[in-house]
Design a protein. Sequence first.
Length: 380
Amino acid sequence: MKIGIVCYPTYGGSGVVATELGLGLARKGHEVHFITYRRPVRLSVFSPNVFYHEVDGEDYPLFEFPPYDTALASKIVDVVQYQNLDLLHVHYAIPHATVAYMAKKILLTKGRYIPVVTTLHGTDITLVGNNRAFSPVVEFSINKSDGVTAVSQNLKEETMRTFHIERDIQVIYNFIDFHRFKKTNKEHFKKIIAPDGERILVHMSNFRKVKRVEDAILIFQKVHAQIPSRLLMIGDGPERQNAEQLSRALGLGDEIRFLGKQDAVEELLAICDLFLMPSETESFGLAALEAMACEIPVISSNGGGLPEVNIHGVTGFLSDPGNVDEMAAYAIQLLENEEMLQQFRANALEQAKRFDLDTILPDYERYYETVIARSVNKVE
Ligand code: GMT
């Protein structure tokens, strides 16, 4: 198949999923065309059947808000026509599903029907999409897609609750590439971070409010009071400054390391003992899955789709969002009991295997085929 992928190219989970999916499809022989405003972060290696089309907007003095949507629609029309795509897969409803609809209508005037699959990732429904500023357009665009997928059962249900959806939504879970994410020996590196064998906790996110980054610091404060430990903070975003200030105010400036955005996160995860994801909500929690693939148990909230990924008492523990005391107590329980920790490590890996790229990718291929077959002879 010839597939166009539209996504946000930055460090967000939806861009990561879109890029890894495209690369996986390319490895299986499909031709993949990424259409976005910047080369996606994980699209760093050359592959003969992967193409990248940069959306070039015009910055004109009249535009207080440069019309990216218009430039993206034009680029989609161009790529679909001249690369002869079979299907367009857009990640994150806003504005991609809407822009895809516009491109589809333009292509119809040229006698070309392009089927569009929209994947809902989470905040496009739960935080931004349900805002009245966007909701009528988001609802319309979901209903007008030829196929819609959600990254968890919870997100599907949330979408059905939030909008008037007239079509089926297929749950296709996020996935993990075990060629990349696996536990490796990085003892030399561990010695630098934790020279006296301290436990290493880790939080990784885009530091948005929804991640409750300060809760990660407060959990660590309680753990550190009882267990020699360090905390790695991976990622960057609007809440980083507050989190750094809180760390210093608590006297933990040296014990908590802010590493910023990192590409080789699997090398950092290789030295960690426990992953913290105290988010207000997560449609899925891809970062938790990446940690689990590296055999790290997860202390998380129970918001959104997290219980579909992190199994309470098996791969980690779940608490209500904001219940820092309970999360810290679970973390201490696990870190103090080596046998239990080892068992949870093994369980985390087993659970992660359910989301192996090699298992999930064929689900997408089958779904594409169904959508393409349904779209034959469609003229509207
Ligand atoms: O987590 C974010 O704020 C970024 C966002 C995105 O779209 O880039 O992540 C969402 O999509 C990820 C990939 O499907 C999910 O694993 C995350 O759980 C989801 N984030 C939220 O629901 C908050």
